[in-house]
Ligand binder design. Sequence first.
Ligand SMILES: [Zn+2]
Length: 141
Amino acid sequence: MRKKTREVKVEELKGPKIQRLILDMAKTMEVEKGVGLAAPQVGSDLRICTIAADDEVYVLINPKIKSSSRKKDIFEEGCLSFPGKFFPVERPINVKVQARDRGGKKVKIKADGLFARVLQHEIDHLDGILVIDRAVKGKLG
Ligand SMILES: [Zn+2]
């Protein structure tokens, strides 16, 4: 989970292997009652994450944060890789993310609140960064 992921090529996105991975990730997220899951958490090295927000499942291919607000807040974050644990993490409140959807179409997402936080958490996973790396020191436990 410490490795950086590689970008998915649009041609390979259409293949059954990646489409199956996406379905597996969405399913795992639902079964584990998570709000987000990144491919490295299921043993893949691809830059893909799934997020459950606003009663929808977002599948993001090659997501990148394009901008984030200067204003930040601290909130307890859980992670399916650290079951039952929560870590206080400081993050920007708003982010703009660019990605592709499962069909390969470019999408832009403006997010705030919990959705923005989950996006940043999952994109961190894709860069090999874990919630424990970001936990605010002195507030653990
Ligand atoms: Zn996580």
